[in-house]
Design a protein around this ligand. Structure first.
Ligand SMILES: [Zn+2]
Ligand SMILES: [Zn+2]
Length: 363
């Protein structure tokens, strides 16, 4: 079958091959024929080493598809089910899962990530983040899929699996944005646009989007930003909305020390800065000891939208069906797997919101 393979960390391109095999399903696993998969910035982060990933690896982690084989002992998922792929599968029994933070569960994620799920040219290969959705088929632990209604289009379902749950979840689960509050969002890629939508759904009064790419500013307004500016122009809306005080919430959706620091600086005393972007382990953010005490600000991270995918995917789909979450509008391109390296180039240039790869033609 076809799949896009990263040979080694540091490579700038992936290789689309047709001699890839998938292993399994074994007990407790399912095999899923991927129908649509989004191209997410984290795929680039695996290529450049920001996110640790053993290689060779089939990339892709934001996908949806149909269950085509079920391993022994799998009771909850059936042949033919339509599912969203989950890259933090909740084990269901650890203290995080039982304590309402299943997005922090590592019980299944680590073992899935360290098990070679593919064979490429006769050698074992891993799936990115334990998934590997840039492939016609993947094998996943049963906790790594969530079944959804069959009338949801594949491309809509695929987006939920990473970018949308991460961004909307950052606003509604991690920050718990209050109605009538002011929100600042740094970075208007797919996840940033989802943060803007999450803040809008939560009832924020003002949402200020910041991005270096001018073309994204108009798009940010389309998703609910009330103001959209390049970084140098932030002072205007900040003064207008907060009298220079700072925003109630700021979201950093890039993963760089400068913008994390800027997010912290641009929330008011007592406000909340949320780091959504995945930064590099060797990069540090400086905060002085006095400001931590005196400003009483909250600086918090969020991974995978601080979500419980078992319920949040359905919650997000209801918002989409009700017309309150725009998912169609987030898809900037539809393409075949053979164009994956062009898709990466577009993402590096900041020219895409979400590019979706379709397998088998149908939407
Ligand atoms: Zn768990
Ligand atoms: Zn992602």
């Amino acid at each position: 079958m076809r799949a896009a393979v990263l040979q080694a960390v540091g490579d700038e391109t992936v290789e689309v091959r047709d001699d890839v095999e998938v292993v399994g399903p074994g007990p407790g696993e399912v095999r899923v024929a991927i129908r649509a998969t989004g191209v997410c910035h984290s795929d680039l982060s695996a290529m450049n080493g920001t996110i640790p990933q053993p290689t060779p690896a089939v990339l892709g982690h934001e996908g949806a598809g149909e269950v085509v084989a079920v391993g022994e002992g799998v009771g909850t998922i059936k042949l033919g089910d339509h599912v969203i792929v989950v890259w933090v599968p909740p084990c269901g029994t650890c203290r995080y899962c039982l304590g309402g933070q299943p997005n922090l569960c590592t019980q299944v994620m680590y073992s899935a990530g360290l098990t070679p799920r593919f064979v490429v040219g006769g050698s074992p290969a891993y799936g990115f983040a334990g998934t590997g959705t840039f492939a016609e088929e993947v094998v996943l632990p049963v906790q790594g899929v969530v079944a959804i209604d069959k009338d949801v289009p594949w491309e809509i379902a695929s987006l939920l699996g990473c970018g949308v749950v991460t961004g909307v979840g950052a606003a509604i689960n991690a920050a718990k944005v209050r109605p009538g509050s002011s929100v600042l969002v740094y970075g208007c890629g797919g996840v940033g646009m989802a943060v803007i939508q999450g803040a809008r759904i939560a009832g924020a009064a003002e949402i200020v989007a910041v991005d270096r790419v001018e073309a994204k500013l108009d798009q940010a307004r389309r998703f609910g930003a009330t103001h959209a500016v390049v970084p140098e122009r932030l002072g205007g809306p900040k003064d207008e909305i907060t009298e220079g005080d700072g925003f109630d919430y700021a979201f950093e959706v890039i993963g760089r020390p400068e913008t994390i620091r800027a997010a912290y600086d641009n929330v008011r005393r007592g406000g909340t800065a949320v780091v959504v972007g995945a930064g590099r382990a060797e990069e540090t953010v400086e905060l002085n000891a006095f400001e931590l005490f005196y400003s009483e600000k909250t600086l918090k991270g969020t991974i995978y939208g601080s979500a419980d995918v078992r319920t949040d995917f359905h919650r997000l789909l209801r918002l989409w069906k009700a017309g309150r979450l725009d998912l169609e509008g987030m898809i900037s391109d539809r393409l075949d797997l053979s164009k994956i390296n062009e898709a990466f180039a577009k993402m590096r240039a900041g020219e895409a919101i979400r590019q979706v790869i379709h397998f088998g033609g149908a939407a």
